[in-house]
Design a protein around this ligand. Sequence first.
Ligand code: NAG
Ligand code: NAG
Ligand code: NAG
Length: 354
Amino acid sequence: MRSFLVIAFAAVAVARSVLSPHISSSLSTRQSATLPTSFRWTSTNVLVSPKNDSHAISGLKDPSIIQYEGVYHVFASTAVEAGYNLVYFNFTDPAAANNAPFYYLDQAPLGSGYRAAPEVFYFAPQKLWYLIYQDGNAAYSTNKDISDPSGWTAPQVFYPNGTPATIQKGLDGGYWVDMWVICDTALCHLFSSDDNGRLYRSQTAIADFPAGMDEPVIALQDEKNNLFEASNVYAVGNSSTYLLLVECIGTGDSPGGQRYFRSWTSNSLSGTWTPLAATQENPFMGEANVVFTDGVKWTESISHGEIVRSEVDQLLRIGRCGDWRFLYQGIDPNAQGTYNALPWRLGLLTQDGC
Ligand SMILES: *[C@@H]1O[C@H](CO)[C@@H](O)[C@H](O)[C@H]1NC(C)=O
Ligand SMILES: *[C@@H]1O[C@H](CO)[C@@H](O)[C@H](O)[C@H]1NC(C)=O
Ligand SMILES: *[C@@H]1O[C@H](CO)[C@@H](O)[C@H](O)[C@H]1NC(C)=O
C-alpha cells in the first residue's frame, strides 16, 4: 500500500514538473500545516445590527471581512422581505463596529436588485479589488480603491451562458448560492452550493481570470443538511494545506434551522477533502464549541460569515491556527418572520487556543 502510494505521488510530481516547473518547486518547499481536530471559540455579544435608516433592513447577513492598512472593511447582504442587496462599512475598532455608517451598494454602479453573499479580495495580477456575489448567476464587480464604495462596477457574470448544466441538474428544490473564489499560483477556482448537498468547483487559468470558468465538477457531496451552503476555502498561512468550511443545518430549534460549520482539509484546491472537525457535536464552529462573553447567548446558530483576513490577495491566506477570528451571522432563537425578513445580526468569534 505504502510503496504504491509513493509511486503514485512520484508520478504526479513528474507530471507536474513537466507541465509546470514553477508550481512543482513551490509545492515541494511548502509544508502541510498540522491542525487540531477540535476547536473552541468565544463570541462577542451582537456586534453589528441593522440600522433604522433610509433602507431600514430586516437582516444583516453573509459578511466578508478583510483588515487592510489598519482598517476593517466589511461587505454584507442586506435582507428585506422583497429580497437582497449589499452593504459596505468600515471601522478600526471592532468594539465600535456598530457605529460605522452603512454605505448601501445599490448607490454604486453595482446597482439595485438581487445581489447577495459577497466575498472580497484583491486580485494582485490586475491590481484590482473583486467583489464576488450571487445575482442569479455567479457575479463580480471590481474597484480600484477599497476605500471608495461608489467605485464598484456594474455586475458581470462568470457563466455568460447561464447556470451550468451540472448545477442545473442538482437544483431541484434547491438554490444556486454562495459563490467563492480562491486562487493558487496557476488557477483560480470558483466554489458554489446548491442547497441540496453539493459543493461545486470550476476553474480557470489565473492569466484568464475572470473569464474562462469551465463546467463545474462536484467537489464534495452529502445529505442536504450536512453540506448546505456558505462555503469558505482558505490557504492555511503559507503551507500547502487548504481549509474548507461549509455551513450545515443541525438539530435544534432556531429560525431557518440551527446552523453550524463542518470543516475539511486538502493539499490541493482540486483535491479530495478530508474531514477535520465535521459533526454537530464536534463542529468547526457551532453551539457545541462557542461560549459567549458575559454569558449572553444571543444566538444558537453560527451561520454564514468569514475568517478575518489580513493578507488580502487572491490566495486567501489566513494566519496561524489559534489566531483566527470569524465574523458570522446569528439570530435570536425566538425571532419570528418569513425567511427573507428574519432579523440576522453579526457577531465576532475569537479562537480559544489551537
Ligand atoms: C425609525 O426612525 C423613524 C424616523 O426617525 C422613527 O419614526 C421610528 O420610530 C424609528 N423606529 C425604530 C424602531 O426605532
Ligand atoms: C469608510 O467608508 C466610507 C463610506 O461609508 C468611505 O467613504 C471611506 O473612504 C471608508 N474609509 C476607509 C478608510 O476605507
Ligand atoms: C507568508 O509568507 C510571507 C513572506 O515570508 C509572510 O510575510 C507572511 O506573513 C506569511 N503569511 C502567513 C499567513 O503565514
